[in-house]
Design a protein around this ligand. Structure first.
Ligand code: SF4
Length: 388
């Protein structure tokens, strides 16, 4: 029998404000609308009030958007909304995302006061040329200064790194990674630029004003990143994530273990072990519904038991630890081979996976291909959504 879902020990809070919308971004954000902060905080408080009891947390992740855009005072007010509702336990991992341009002594002091112990910086690059190509509004010096301030205050630092920016060369990515390593963060997340519908970048691409990196170059950039970061002592523990020993992101590990989590704010998705409930993406719709006493959820996606098991295969194989057959059976009630035995054999034959009978994991070439493997794994498995 599958193990019953425990109550959530993790929470995500979405702060939708940014100073400027980057050309590639399709997240649920509003730029240049700081006049909405008071209304957002009031709505968030009301959404948190829907909790039947205070939530004791092992991890709390405040993302966005740009939580640091709230500034020191705004951060304190945000934590005021959490008080008595979201309760990080002793030893909990508490992360906020920050724009390097926002990080000053005041913000760092407020973060420490609130109990934040990890900051994820949207650094993306340490090259002024690449930052401009990515339409970012911060400078390399601001990244360096932010890391100094955060480390000086004893906070763990993740740096988000973007590759395959328009015009970026393989050598430029290598230089960026060496420069990031010199800053001695505990964690790095490396993403390849994606071109999303509805963004300014995709419009420019379609009009021939921006060029997308060739697939082969994207792959070589990513392989180069793995080599450099592993040589620098980082463990490549998930497709996009690298950590010094003992510094994996515990919050994300909870997602990948398919543990339940709570989520609040526009576009935030919570998960109870079988159903993913996603709030309205538009901050305006989310606030309007909460103000009117309505459910802010836009979508309920209930997975079948098999669908949940298949999803566990995808998130499990994205991790270098892979999937342990016995643990998979205990968690889902399914043997992994009855779901994807044929695919696994094919992946092992192609050199994309290794299988020692107990544990299955992707090889480096499997990880590089992984996004194209998942469609065959996921199949159906959803009982259907409900709009709410
Ligand atoms: S700072 Fe992040 S969330 Fe805000 S617009 Fe840029 S990419 Fe999007």
């Amino acid at each position: 029998m599958p193990v019953a879902a425990a109550s959530p020990r993790a929470a995500y809070v979405h702060v939708p404000f940014c100073r400027h919308r980057c050309g590639y971004c399709d997240f649920a954000v509003v730029a240049g609308r700081d006049d909405l902060v008071d209304r957002y905080l009031a709505a968030l408080r009301r959404e948190l009030d829907r909790l039947p009891a205070p939530l004791d947390l092992d991890t709390l992740y405040v993302g966005g958007g740009t939580p640091s855009h709230l500034g020191a005072e705004g951060l304190r007010r945000l934590w005021g909304a959490f008080a008595g509702r979201l309760v990080p336990l002793a030893g909990a991992e508490v992360t906020i995302e920050a724009n390097p341009a926002d990080v000053d002594r005041g913000l760092v002091a407020a973060a420490v006061e609130c109990g934040v112990n990890r900051v994820s910086l949207g650094a993306q690059s340490l090259s002024a040329v690449t930052l401009a190509a990515l339409d970012r509004d911060h400078s390399p010096d601001q990244v360096r200064r932010a890391v100094d301030l955060l480390r000086g205050a004893g906070l763990a630092v993740n740096l988000d790194v973007m590759t395959a920016a328009p015009g970026q060369t393989l050598a430029a990515v290598g230089q960026d990674l060496d420069d990031f390593l010199a800053l001695a963060p505990q964690h790095l997340s490396v993403y390849c630029l994606t071109w999303e519908r509805g963004t300014r970048f995709i419009g420019l691409l379609n009009r021939g004003m921006l060029q997308r990196a060739e697939e082969d170059l994207e792959r070589r950039m990513f392989e180069g990143a793995i080599d450099r970061l592993e040589a620098g002592g980082f463990e490549h523990y998930e497709v996009s994530n690298f950590a010094l020993p003992g510094h994996r992101c515990r919050h994300n590990e909870g997602y990948w273990d398919c543990r339940p989590w709570e989520a609040f704010g526009p576009g935030a998705a919570r998960f109870d072990g079988r159903t993913r409930i996603t709030n309205h993406r538009s901050p305006f719709t989310w606030m309007r519904r909460i103000d009117a006493g309505l459910d802010p959820a836009a979508d309920h996606d209930r997975m079948t038991a098999e669908g949940a098991a298949r999803e566990r295969i995808v998130v499990g194989l994205r991790r270098r630890d892979g999937i342990v057959r016995g643990a998979f059976r205990a968690a889902t009630g399914f043997q992994i081979d009855e779901l994807v035995g044929g695919e696994l054999r094919e992946w092992v034959d192609n050199g994309w996976a290794v299988d020692d009978g107990l544990r299955i994991g992707l090889t480096r070439s499997g990880l590089l291909l992984s996004d194209s493997l998942w469609e065959e794994v996921l199949g159906g498995g959803h009982e259907g959504g409900g709009k709410g």
